[in-house]
Structures are given as structure tokens and as C-alpha cells.
Design a protein around this ligand. Structure first.
Ligand code: ADP
Ligand code: MG
Length: 428
């Protein structure tokens, strides 16, 4: 992909925007872009530099993303704190063409990495609550204040706030040579000895930072000190506005990543803000259990879409006939009675039973968590609570379970009478 129209190859210590930003190390990449940690010489802080592929369709997508991100950044109330902030944008010309570049605040690891770090066993419920509060606050801002639908909420697109300020990091000394480089030292393209030395030192610095890579999001910190997930600060922000749209100006019919897709999108019945609420509920389940809630697969004689609808109904009950038959695509899946055409026998298993039987939640935890999730899984999109309403839900403000040190024999006994057994599950 590093050819004409594709990615821009970046080397450590490369300069951008007339020397303002200096590349430090690669943070990640997506379909459309590579993302680098860069030092901003103007503000003397670290930023994430997203460098888009250069071909016209990628440039177009980047312009769209910049438009949405600018709208988020221009209005700056407190709850926009839970959404990624765009700092700057510019064009950069390289051998593969002209690349749009976005300068974003530097964040840590994604929730997907957090789930993996916890070996897919699920996070303690108090962490799930904290994450849900952050995401809901961010969503309320996007929906209510900006009129924007994210349309691609999933664990990869929620990043933890970085717990380490690289500028205050003791290892930073390795970075100083590049950072303190005199302005305007460009040498007309000739790589001077100094430049070579700087690059070498930059690489050493990068190696040092890489060794601490996981620390950026706080995960590695906890791993090293032998603490469990309780030691991780879970403030997080919503990122990746490449697919976001305005509620009154939508672009795509098919939105969302499969597992987080709302039923009205499959049925092509039109959508609004409430598609993000469906995805949020899927994410909350995944955080608490370590498993994706819906993982549909096509099979003999039925499609992935139909399997997805079947899985939803097995968990949530039959879809009201009016809704089932109301979408432009409904006839592909449902007969006129509102029954699936190809999947006839459904194995119903309500959410609280799934949580107790498969995930060993206490009856209490399962019931309370279900009461929080089920309204978000309403088949009628307009009946789902808004982000703001959801923030009022008592589940988000329940007391945390007691810390581990307090768990003694009597506390273990209490597990059997319905206290949270989640901690025990997490520690195994
Ligand atoms: P794409 O639109 O190409 O999918 P993303 O915006 O999803 O690009 O970014 C790609 C990857 O880069 C992310 O998965 C993440 O690992 C990393 N990344 C993106 N933005 C940041 C950021 N602000 N701070 C740290 N890492 C980031
Ligand atoms: Mg992405």
C-alpha cells in the first residue's frame, strides 16, 4: 500500500507542517491511514498524527472526517472531553502524492486491547460503569449538541486516556535531541551527519518508548506492578469519525460494524441516534463478559443477516410484527406474520439467564445489569433511551463491590447469597 495513492512512508524524525511536528513512532494504522506519535514543537506536547492515503477517495473521506471533527472541536463544552479533539490539519506532499493529515490529541490503548489484556474474562462491573459513563457523556454531546451520529461505535473506536505524559516521562531524555533541534535545519535535502546522528538517537528513543508501549494507556503499568484491572484508570474517549454523519444528512444505508449493528439497519427501516445506543449496549455486554454479544454467521439456506435477527430474537424475544415487516428489506427475512422465513425454531434465552448461566453472574448482578441493557435493546428505535436519559439510570451509580483486600471468608460466603461474584471470576 506504500505506492502512488497509498500510505505515506514515514521515518522517525521526519518533519511535518514546516517542521512543527516531528515523527516519533508509529501508533497504529487503519484502512485509510497510518497514525504516528509526533512531537508538536509549538505546544511542546505529544500528539497523534493521522496521515491519510493520498488517492482522491481517501482525501475525500479525510475532508469529511475533518469537517465533523472541526465541528466537535469548535464547540468546547465539558462533555466534549469524552470525544477526540482535532488540534490541527494540513496537507503533506510525499513521493506517493498529497496526503491530508490530522493532528489529534494523543490517547492510549483501545478498549479492545483492554478486553484482551484481561484475557477476555470481562472487566469488573465498576469499570464497565465508568467506561459507560464516559461513552454516554460523549454520545450525549455528539447527539444533542452536534446532531451527529457516530455509526461505528465498537471497542476499537474507544481509546483510553493516556495515563503517562510522555513529556514528563524520565525516558524522555532520549527524545530531547530531536525535540530541541534548531529551527530551519533542512539542508536542502542533503542528509547531514548531524541529521543522521539525530535519526539514530531518535531510533533509540523510540525503542525506549516502544518498550513502554502498553504503559501509554495504563494497561502495561498494571501488568508490570502485578496489579489487576482495578489499578487501571478507565477514562476514555470516542474516536474515528471517518463514518460519522449528521442526523439530517446521512450518507450510507449500511452502517456499523456487523456485531454492533442495530436491527433497523439490517431491515433498512431508516435510522437515527439510537443506532449508537444499540452499539453501546453491545459494547457494555462485551466489556462485562469478554465475549461479543452477537456473532452471526451465514449457514445453509440462510444469510448472516437472518442469523443476526434470529440471535437478537433469541435473546430479546420476538420482534413486534409491525417492526419486523416495516423495513425496505423486511421481505427478505420475514413472512407477513412476522416470522423468519428460513430460521423457524428459535432457542430463547433471556439476558439475565445468559449472564447467570454462562457468565456466572450473581442473580442480583445479572438482574441489575439486564435492567440497564434491555431498554437499549428495544426493537423500536424511538423507544430506546437517549444518552442523556441513560446517564440517569441507577445502575451507573450503584456502589462498587468491595476491594479485594476486604474479601475474607465471610465475604466469600456472601457470594452464595447473591453478592457480586464477578471479582472471583475475573481473578481466576
Ligand atoms: P482509520 O480511519 O484509518 O481506521 P483510525 O482513526 O481508526 O484510522 O486510527 C487507526 C489506529 O491508530 C487506531 O486503531 C489506533 O490504534 C491508532 N490511533 C488513532 N488515533 C489515535 C490517537 N488519537 N492516539 C493514539 N492512537 C491513535
Ligand atoms: Mg478505524
Amino acid at each position: 500500500s506504500y505506492r502512488k495513492g497509498g500510505y505515506h512512508a514515514v521515518r522517525v524524525a521526519d518533519q511535518f507542517a514546516a517542521g512543527r511536528y516531528i515523527a516519533q513512532r508509529k501508533l497504529g494504522w487503519g484502512q485509510f491511514s497510518t497514525v504516528w506519535l509526533a512531537y508538536d514543537t509549538k505546544t511542546e506536547s505529544y500528539v497523534a498524527l493521522k496521515i491519510q492515503k493520498s488517492a482522491a477517495q481517501f482525501a475525500q473521506a479525510a475532508l469529511h472526517e475533518i469537517e465533523l471533527l472541526s465541528s466537535i472541536a469548535d464547540h468546547n463544552p465539558t462533555n466534549s472531553k469524552f470525544v477526540i479533539q482535532l488540534i490541527d490539519h494540513f496537507k503533506h506532499t510525499g513521493p506517493n502524492g498529497q496526503h491530508l493529515c490530522m493532528v489529534l490529541e494523543f490517547l492510549g490503548d483501545s478498549l479492545l486491547r483492554l478486553i484482551r489484556y484481561n484475557r477476555y474474562k470481562g472487566l469488573p462491573l465498576n469499570k464497565v460503569r465508568e467506561i459507560c459513563k464516559c461513552v454516554l457523556t460523549g454520545l450525549d454531546y455528539l447527539h444533542t449538541d452536534r446532531g451527529m451520529i457516530h455509526t461505528d461505535l465498537k471497542p476499537e473506536n474507544i481509546l483510553l486516556c493516556s495515563t503517562i505524559d510522555p513529556a514528563k516521562d524520565p525516558l524522555r531524555s532520549g527524545l530531547s535531541p530531536i525535540l530541541e533541534r534548531p529551527e530551519g535545519n533542512t539542508n536542502g535535502g542533503v542528509t547531514s551527519l548531524i541529521e543522521k546522528r539525530l535519526r539514530r538517537r531518535a531510533r533509540t528513543a523510540v525503542a525506549k518508548i516502544s518498550g513502554r508501549r502498553a504503559s501509554m494507556g495504563g494497561i502495561g503499568d498494571a501488568a508490570k506492578t502485578g496489579r489487576n484491572i482495578d489499578g487501571i484508570d478507565v477514562r476514555c474517549k470516542i474516536v474515528d469519525f471517518g463514518n460519522a454523519c449528521w442526523a439530517d444528512k446521512q450518507f450510507a444505508e449500511e452502517i456499523q460494524t456487523r456485531q454492533y449493528r442495530a436491527p433497523e439497519v439490517i431491515l433498512k427501516a431508516g435510522y437515527s441516534f439510537s443506532v449508537d445506543m444499540w452499539s453501546l449496549a453491545c459494547i457494555a455486554f462485551e466489556l462485562a463478559t469478554g465475549d461479543m454479544l452477537f456473532t452471526p454467521k451465514g449457514g445453509q439456506g440462510f444469510s448472516e443477516d437472518e442469523d443476526h435477527l434470529a440471535l437478537m430474537m433469541e435473546l430479546l424475544g420476538k420482534m413486534p410484527r409491525k417492526i419486523a415487516t416495516g423495513g425496505a428489506q423486511s421481505k427478505d427475512f420475514f413472512d407477513r406474520h412476522g416470522d423468519l422465513k428460513r430460521i423457524r425454531r428459535l432457542k430463547f434465552c433471556p439476558l439475565d439467564k445468559l449472564l447467570t448461566d454462562k457468565y456466572k453472574f450473581s442473580v442480583n448482578d445479572a438482574q441489575e445489569f439486564s435492567e440497564f441493557l434491555l431498554p437499549l435493546f428495544d426493537f423500536a428505535p424511538e423507544k430506546r433511551p437517549t444518552a442523556r436519559q441513560c446517564l440517569q439510570h441507577p445502575w451507573l451509580n450503584y456502589m462498587e463491590s468491595p476491594p479485594n483486600e476486604m474479601r475474607n471468608e465471610s465475604a466469600v460466603e456472601k457470594v452464595d447469597v447473591g453478592m457480586s461474584n464477578l471479582k472471583i471470576r475475573v481473578e481466576k
